[in-house]
Design a protein around this ligand. Sequence first.
Ligand code: KG4
Ligand code: ZN
Length: 331
Amino acid sequence: MAVVLGIETSCDETGVGIVSGGRLLGAALSSSMEEHARFGGVVPEIAARAHLESLVPCVRAAFERAGVGPSEIDAVAVTSGPGLATALQTGIAAAKAYALAWDLPLYGVHHLAGHVAADTLEHGPLPPRSVALIVSGGHTSLLLLGDLARDPVVHLGDTRDDAAGEAFDKVARLLGLAYPGGPAVAEAAHDGDPGAVAFPRAMLGDGHDFSFSGLKSAVARHVARAGDSLAVPDVAASFQEAVADVLTRKAVEACLGAGVDTLVIVGGVAANRRLRELAAERCRAAGLTLRIPPPGLCTDNGAMIAAVGDLLVAAGAPPSSRHLAADPSAP
Ligand code: KG4
Ligand code: ZN
Protein backbone atom coordinates (compact mmCIF):
# COMPACT_ATOMS: atom_id res chain seq x y z
CA MET A 1 0.00 0.00 0.00
CA ALA A 2 1.28 3.44 -0.93
CA VAL A 3 2.18 5.98 1.75
CA VAL A 4 1.28 9.55 0.75
CA LEU A 5 2.48 12.84 2.19
CA GLY A 6 -0.12 15.63 1.89
CA ILE A 7 0.46 19.38 2.18
CA GLU A 8 -2.26 22.02 2.56
CA THR A 9 -1.54 25.78 2.53
CA SER A 10 -4.52 27.32 0.73
CA CYS A 11 -5.48 29.71 3.51
CA ASP A 12 -4.19 30.29 7.06
CA GLU A 13 -3.57 26.70 8.18
CA THR A 14 -0.32 24.92 7.39
CA GLY A 15 -1.42 21.28 7.32
CA VAL A 16 0.66 18.16 6.76
CA GLY A 17 -0.70 14.62 6.84
CA ILE A 18 0.54 11.13 6.04
CA VAL A 19 -2.05 8.63 4.80
CA SER A 20 -1.83 5.03 3.67
CA GLY A 21 -4.64 2.81 2.44
CA GLY A 22 -7.31 5.23 3.61
CA ARG A 23 -5.81 5.41 7.08
CA LEU A 24 -4.32 8.49 8.73
CA LEU A 25 -0.84 7.65 10.06
CA GLY A 26 0.12 11.06 11.42
CA ALA A 27 -0.52 14.76 10.95
CA ALA A 28 0.59 18.20 12.08
CA LEU A 29 -1.09 21.59 11.88
CA SER A 30 0.04 25.13 12.46
CA SER A 31 -2.26 28.13 12.19
CA SER A 32 -1.53 31.80 11.60
CA MET A 33 -5.11 32.63 12.60
CA GLU A 34 -4.08 34.79 15.56
CA GLU A 35 -1.84 36.95 13.38
CA HIS A 36 -4.85 37.80 11.19
CA ALA A 37 -7.27 38.45 14.04
CA ARG A 38 -6.55 42.18 14.34
CA PHE A 39 -7.22 42.63 10.60
CA GLY A 40 -10.58 40.83 10.86
CA GLY A 41 -9.68 38.45 8.04
CA VAL A 42 -6.83 36.51 6.46
CA VAL A 43 -3.99 38.67 5.06
CA PRO A 44 -2.44 36.64 2.20
CA GLU A 45 1.16 37.83 2.64
CA ILE A 46 1.09 37.09 6.37
CA ALA A 47 -0.38 33.65 5.67
CA ALA A 48 2.30 32.87 3.07
CA ARG A 49 5.13 33.91 5.38
CA ALA A 50 3.68 31.78 8.18
CA HIS A 51 3.46 28.76 5.84
CA LEU A 52 7.11 29.25 4.95
CA GLU A 53 8.08 29.17 8.61
CA SER A 54 5.81 26.27 9.58
CA LEU A 55 6.10 23.87 6.67
CA VAL A 56 9.33 22.06 7.49
CA PRO A 57 8.55 21.77 11.24
CA CYS A 58 5.08 20.40 10.36
CA VAL A 59 6.51 17.86 7.93
CA ARG A 60 9.00 16.75 10.59
CA ALA A 61 6.25 16.47 13.22
CA ALA A 62 3.97 14.50 10.88
CA PHE A 63 6.79 12.03 10.13
CA GLU A 64 7.47 11.64 13.82
CA ARG A 65 3.80 11.04 14.69
CA ALA A 66 3.34 8.62 11.78
CA GLY A 67 6.47 6.71 12.74
CA VAL A 68 7.74 6.74 9.15
CA GLY A 69 10.64 8.42 7.36
CA PRO A 70 11.06 10.00 3.91
CA SER A 71 12.23 6.70 2.43
CA GLU A 72 8.81 5.18 3.13
CA ILE A 73 6.87 7.86 1.24
CA ASP A 74 5.55 6.88 -2.23
CA ALA A 75 3.94 10.13 -3.40
CA VAL A 76 3.51 13.80 -2.47
CA ALA A 77 0.12 15.51 -2.74
CA VAL A 78 -0.43 19.24 -2.42
CA THR A 79 -3.38 21.61 -2.65
CA SER A 80 -3.19 23.34 -6.04
CA GLY A 81 -6.37 25.41 -5.59
CA PRO A 82 -8.68 27.10 -4.97
CA GLY A 83 -7.19 29.39 -2.34
CA LEU A 84 -4.93 32.40 -1.79
CA ALA A 85 -2.32 32.55 -4.57
CA THR A 86 0.77 33.26 -2.47
CA ALA A 87 -0.31 30.80 0.21
CA LEU A 88 -0.86 28.03 -2.35
CA GLN A 89 2.49 28.77 -4.03
CA THR A 90 4.36 28.24 -0.76
CA GLY A 91 2.94 24.74 -0.30
CA ILE A 92 3.43 23.85 -3.96
CA ALA A 93 7.07 24.95 -3.87
CA ALA A 94 7.67 22.79 -0.81
CA ALA A 95 5.87 19.79 -2.32
CA LYS A 96 7.88 20.11 -5.55
CA ALA A 97 11.11 20.26 -3.58
CA TYR A 98 10.25 17.10 -1.61
CA ALA A 99 9.11 15.28 -4.77
CA LEU A 100 12.29 16.26 -6.60
CA ALA A 101 14.63 15.48 -3.70
CA TRP A 102 13.05 12.09 -2.96
CA ASP A 103 12.25 11.28 -6.61
CA LEU A 104 8.51 10.86 -5.99
CA PRO A 105 5.40 11.53 -8.09
CA LEU A 106 3.63 14.81 -7.33
CA TYR A 107 -0.17 15.18 -7.26
CA GLY A 108 -1.94 18.55 -7.35
CA VAL A 109 -5.17 18.23 -5.39
CA HIS A 110 -8.38 20.29 -5.46
CA HIS A 111 -8.97 21.72 -1.99
CA LEU A 112 -12.66 20.76 -1.98
CA ALA A 113 -11.90 17.16 -3.02
CA GLY A 114 -9.70 17.19 0.08
CA HIS A 115 -12.58 18.30 2.29
CA VAL A 116 -14.72 15.42 0.99
CA ALA A 117 -11.91 12.85 1.25
CA ALA A 118 -11.34 13.86 4.88
CA ASP A 119 -14.49 11.96 5.72
CA THR A 120 -13.15 8.72 4.24
CA LEU A 121 -10.35 8.78 6.83
CA GLU A 122 -13.00 8.50 9.53
CA HIS A 123 -15.81 6.52 7.88
CA GLY A 124 -14.10 4.51 5.12
CA PRO A 125 -14.76 4.61 1.37
CA LEU A 126 -17.80 6.51 0.12
CA PRO A 127 -20.66 4.52 -1.39
CA PRO A 128 -20.87 4.53 -5.23
CA ARG A 129 -23.14 7.58 -5.12
CA SER A 130 -23.52 10.26 -2.46
CA VAL A 131 -24.39 13.92 -2.05
CA ALA A 132 -21.82 16.23 -0.47
CA LEU A 133 -22.62 19.50 1.23
CA ILE A 134 -19.39 21.52 1.33
CA VAL A 135 -19.63 24.40 3.79
CA SER A 136 -16.46 26.41 4.33
CA GLY A 137 -15.24 29.99 4.46
CA GLY A 138 -15.20 30.23 0.68
CA HIS A 139 -17.76 27.68 -0.49
CA THR A 140 -21.30 26.48 0.00
CA SER A 141 -21.98 23.77 -2.55
CA LEU A 142 -24.16 20.73 -3.03
CA LEU A 143 -22.44 18.11 -5.19
CA LEU A 144 -23.45 14.72 -6.53
CA LEU A 145 -20.47 12.40 -6.11
CA GLY A 146 -19.50 9.11 -7.68
CA ASP A 147 -16.05 7.56 -7.35
CA LEU A 148 -13.87 10.41 -6.04
CA ALA A 149 -10.77 9.44 -8.03
CA ARG A 150 -12.54 8.67 -11.33
CA ASP A 151 -15.98 10.18 -11.83
CA PRO A 152 -16.78 13.80 -12.62
CA VAL A 153 -18.56 15.73 -9.89
CA VAL A 154 -22.08 16.95 -10.72
CA HIS A 155 -22.86 20.41 -9.39
CA LEU A 156 -26.32 20.57 -7.85
CA GLY A 157 -26.27 23.96 -6.17
CA ASP A 158 -24.13 26.80 -4.87
CA THR A 159 -24.38 29.96 -2.90
CA ARG A 160 -25.39 32.96 -5.00
CA ASP A 161 -23.54 35.35 -2.68
CA ASP A 162 -21.82 34.71 0.68
CA ALA A 163 -20.53 31.29 1.71
CA ALA A 164 -21.92 29.89 4.97
CA GLY A 165 -18.58 30.33 6.79
CA GLU A 166 -18.26 33.84 5.41
CA ALA A 167 -21.71 34.62 6.85
CA PHE A 168 -20.58 33.33 10.26
CA ASP A 169 -17.42 35.47 10.03
CA LYS A 170 -19.34 38.62 9.01
CA VAL A 171 -22.03 38.16 11.65
CA ALA A 172 -19.32 37.66 14.28
CA ARG A 173 -17.92 41.06 13.31
CA LEU A 174 -21.41 42.64 13.56
CA LEU A 175 -21.77 41.16 17.05
CA GLY A 176 -18.31 42.30 18.13
CA LEU A 177 -17.03 38.73 18.44
CA ALA A 178 -13.51 37.52 17.73
CA TYR A 179 -12.16 36.25 14.41
CA PRO A 180 -12.58 33.52 13.19
CA GLY A 181 -16.28 34.05 13.50
CA GLY A 182 -17.65 30.51 13.22
CA PRO A 183 -16.42 29.14 16.53
CA ALA A 184 -17.07 32.53 18.26
CA VAL A 185 -20.70 32.68 17.08
CA ALA A 186 -21.23 29.03 18.00
CA GLU A 187 -19.89 29.68 21.49
CA ALA A 188 -22.04 32.78 22.00
CA ALA A 189 -25.07 30.87 20.67
CA HIS A 190 -24.63 28.28 23.39
CA ASP A 191 -26.41 30.51 25.94
CA GLY A 192 -28.93 31.97 23.50
CA ASP A 193 -32.49 31.22 22.39
CA PRO A 194 -32.56 30.06 18.73
CA GLY A 195 -36.17 31.19 18.50
CA ALA A 196 -35.55 34.71 19.84
CA VAL A 197 -35.27 36.47 16.46
CA ALA A 198 -37.13 35.26 13.35
CA PHE A 199 -34.34 35.69 10.78
CA PRO A 200 -35.18 34.97 7.11
CA ARG A 201 -34.55 31.60 5.42
CA ALA A 202 -33.68 32.52 1.84
CA MET A 203 -34.56 30.41 -1.20
CA LEU A 204 -36.30 27.61 0.68
CA GLY A 205 -38.31 25.50 -1.77
CA ASP A 206 -36.46 27.21 -4.62
CA GLY A 207 -33.93 24.71 -6.01
CA HIS A 208 -30.54 23.75 -4.62
CA ASP A 209 -28.91 27.20 -4.53
CA PHE A 210 -28.28 29.16 -1.34
CA SER A 211 -28.18 32.83 -0.39
CA PHE A 212 -26.85 34.19 2.89
CA SER A 213 -26.36 37.91 2.23
CA GLY A 214 -29.99 38.73 3.09
CA LEU A 215 -29.61 36.93 6.41
CA LYS A 216 -26.42 38.87 7.15
CA SER A 217 -28.22 42.16 6.33
CA ALA A 218 -31.13 41.16 8.58
CA VAL A 219 -28.66 40.60 11.44
CA ALA A 220 -27.08 44.03 10.71
CA ARG A 221 -30.50 45.72 10.82
CA HIS A 222 -31.37 43.92 14.05
CA VAL A 223 -28.08 44.97 15.66
CA ALA A 224 -28.61 48.62 14.62
CA ARG A 225 -32.17 48.63 15.98
CA ALA A 226 -31.30 46.91 19.24
CA GLY A 227 -28.53 49.37 20.19
CA ASP A 228 -27.46 48.93 23.80
CA SER A 229 -30.11 46.28 24.48
CA LEU A 230 -28.53 43.87 21.95
CA ALA A 231 -28.72 40.29 23.27
CA VAL A 232 -25.67 38.77 21.57
CA PRO A 233 -26.34 35.12 22.58
CA ASP A 234 -29.94 35.27 21.28
CA VAL A 235 -28.91 36.83 17.96
CA ALA A 236 -26.03 34.35 17.56
CA ALA A 237 -28.32 31.40 18.32
CA SER A 238 -31.09 32.66 16.00
CA PHE A 239 -28.63 33.30 13.16
CA GLN A 240 -26.97 29.89 13.62
CA GLU A 241 -30.39 28.23 13.61
CA ALA A 242 -31.34 29.96 10.33
CA VAL A 243 -28.12 28.80 8.64
CA ALA A 244 -28.38 25.24 9.96
CA ASP A 245 -32.07 25.08 9.00
CA VAL A 246 -31.51 26.10 5.36
CA LEU A 247 -28.37 23.98 4.90
CA THR A 248 -29.89 20.79 6.28
CA ARG A 249 -33.26 21.15 4.52
CA LYS A 250 -31.65 21.74 1.15
CA ALA A 251 -29.11 18.96 1.61
CA VAL A 252 -31.84 16.44 2.46
CA GLU A 253 -33.92 17.64 -0.53
CA ALA A 254 -30.89 17.21 -2.81
CA CYS A 255 -30.41 13.60 -1.63
CA LEU A 256 -34.05 12.74 -2.09
CA GLY A 257 -34.14 14.47 -5.50
CA ALA A 258 -31.06 12.58 -6.72
CA GLY A 259 -32.22 9.25 -5.27
CA VAL A 260 -29.09 9.04 -3.12
CA ASP A 261 -29.16 7.65 0.42
CA THR A 262 -25.91 9.07 1.82
CA LEU A 263 -25.22 12.70 2.75
CA VAL A 264 -21.65 13.83 3.55
CA ILE A 265 -21.20 17.22 5.19
CA VAL A 266 -17.66 18.63 5.12
CA GLY A 267 -15.71 21.91 5.42
CA GLY A 268 -15.08 24.21 8.36
CA VAL A 269 -18.74 24.95 9.08
CA ALA A 270 -19.39 21.19 9.40
CA ALA A 271 -17.61 21.53 12.75
CA ASN A 272 -20.67 23.46 13.98
CA ARG A 273 -22.43 21.49 16.68
CA ARG A 274 -25.97 22.72 15.93
CA LEU A 275 -25.57 21.96 12.23
CA ARG A 276 -24.40 18.44 13.06
CA GLU A 277 -27.32 17.91 15.44
CA LEU A 278 -30.00 19.18 13.03
CA ALA A 279 -28.48 17.24 10.11
CA ALA A 280 -28.57 14.03 12.19
CA GLU A 281 -32.20 14.65 13.12
CA ARG A 282 -33.34 15.38 9.56
CA CYS A 283 -31.35 12.56 7.95
CA ARG A 284 -32.81 10.12 10.45
CA ALA A 285 -36.33 11.33 9.61
CA ALA A 286 -35.66 11.03 5.86
CA GLY A 287 -34.00 7.60 6.13
CA LEU A 288 -30.61 8.91 4.99
CA THR A 289 -27.16 7.90 6.19
CA LEU A 290 -25.25 10.94 7.45
CA ARG A 291 -21.45 11.17 7.42
CA ILE A 292 -19.60 14.13 8.98
CA PRO A 293 -15.89 13.95 9.83
CA PRO A 294 -14.82 14.80 13.40
CA PRO A 295 -14.35 18.60 13.83
CA GLY A 296 -10.55 18.41 13.47
CA LEU A 297 -10.95 16.95 9.98
CA CYS A 298 -13.68 19.47 8.99
CA THR A 299 -11.46 22.55 9.08
CA ASP A 300 -8.44 22.78 6.77
CA ASN A 301 -5.75 20.15 7.37
CA GLY A 302 -3.06 18.19 5.53
CA ALA A 303 -4.51 14.73 6.10
CA MET A 304 -7.41 15.49 3.75
CA ILE A 305 -4.98 16.31 0.92
CA ALA A 306 -2.97 13.15 1.61
CA ALA A 307 -6.28 11.23 1.53
CA VAL A 308 -6.99 12.42 -2.03
CA GLY A 309 -3.40 11.61 -3.08
CA ASP A 310 -3.86 8.13 -1.61
CA LEU A 311 -7.08 7.62 -3.64
CA LEU A 312 -5.38 8.89 -6.83
CA VAL A 313 -2.38 6.58 -6.39
CA ALA A 314 -4.69 3.62 -5.68
CA ALA A 315 -6.73 4.43 -8.81
CA GLY A 316 -3.56 4.57 -10.94
CA ALA A 317 -4.17 8.23 -11.83
CA PRO A 318 -1.31 9.96 -13.67
CA PRO A 319 0.71 12.38 -11.49
CA SER A 320 0.71 16.12 -12.11
CA SER A 321 3.47 17.81 -14.06
CA ARG A 322 6.64 18.93 -12.25
CA HIS A 323 5.54 22.38 -13.44
CA LEU A 324 2.34 22.23 -11.38
CA ALA A 325 1.09 25.79 -10.83
CA ALA A 326 -1.27 27.24 -8.25
CA ASP A 327 -4.84 27.62 -9.50
CA PRO A 328 -6.26 30.16 -7.00
CA SER A 329 -9.73 30.23 -8.58
CA ALA A 330 -10.00 26.54 -9.52
CA PRO A 331 -13.67 25.82 -10.30
O1 KG4 B 1 -12.81 24.72 5.59
P1 KG4 B 1 -12.23 25.85 6.34
O2 KG4 B 1 -11.32 25.55 7.49
O3 KG4 B 1 -11.45 26.82 5.39
C1 KG4 B 1 -11.90 27.12 4.10
O4 KG4 B 1 -11.63 26.31 3.18
O5 KG4 B 1 -12.59 28.15 4.00
O6 KG4 B 1 -13.48 26.72 6.83
C2 KG4 B 1 -13.31 27.88 7.57
C3 KG4 B 1 -14.68 28.46 7.89
C4 KG4 B 1 -14.61 29.82 8.55
O7 KG4 B 1 -15.53 30.69 7.92
C5 KG4 B 1 -15.01 29.53 10.00
O8 KG4 B 1 -15.63 30.63 10.62
C6 KG4 B 1 -15.96 28.36 9.81
O9 KG4 B 1 -15.38 27.59 8.78
N1 KG4 B 1 -16.10 27.56 11.04
C7 KG4 B 1 -17.27 27.42 11.71
C8 KG4 B 1 -16.99 26.64 12.87
N2 KG4 B 1 -15.64 26.32 12.84
C9 KG4 B 1 -15.14 26.90 11.71
N3 KG4 B 1 -18.50 27.89 11.45
C10 KG4 B 1 -19.48 27.59 12.33
N4 KG4 B 1 -19.29 26.87 13.46
C11 KG4 B 1 -18.06 26.37 13.76
N5 KG4 B 1 -17.89 25.64 14.87
ZN1 ZN C 1 -11.18 24.50 3.37
